[in-house]
Design a protein around this ligand. Structure first.
Ligand code: ZN
Length: 134
């Protein structure tokens, strides 16, 4: 497996507009994209911090993954995404090492990238995503 950098950090928020205000007004970052990912029942907002992005996630459905996460744990860091050259290979490599996968094969995430998640029970409590063009 070859990880080049942290692609993004996903942060669950209750109110996307209010969170965007904080990132823009207080931290001085600028939101360059807002995208709804119907599949994940979320609306996302993206900021660049160097090579890494911040992905804010607001749930569009209380039964969706972010809705459930906030109900259980409150707002906060939701997942860590690593940039890999090949998502399918990275998932297969993790599985060979005994990691429980949420996604057996890559699917399309925000920004048209291929993504796949590892189960937090196999990753010391951190929901982990692989993210890449392939
Ligand atoms: Zn993500």
């Amino acid at each position: 497996m070859s990880i080049s950098h942290i692609e993004h950090i996903g942060i669950a928020v209750e109110n996307l507009e209010e969170a965007i205000q904080y990132y823009e007004k207080v931290l001085g970052l600028s939101c360059y994209a807002i995208e709804e990912v119907a599949d994940q029942k979320v609306k996302t907002a993206f900021f660049k911090v160097g090579q890494t992005k911040i992905e804010l996630l607001e749930s569009t459905d209380p039964e969706g993954p972010i809705g459930k996460f906030i109900a259980k744990k409150g707002q906060g860091i939701h997942h860590l995404a690593f940039a890999v050259d090949n998502v399918a290979d990275a998932l297969a490599g993790a599985e060979q090492n005994g990691v429980v996968l949420i996604d057996k094969s890559p699917r399309k995430g925000a920004e048209g990238l291929n993504i796949g998640f590892l189960h937090p029970k196999s990753t010391f409590g951190v929901l982990t995503e692989f993210c890449g063009e392939k």
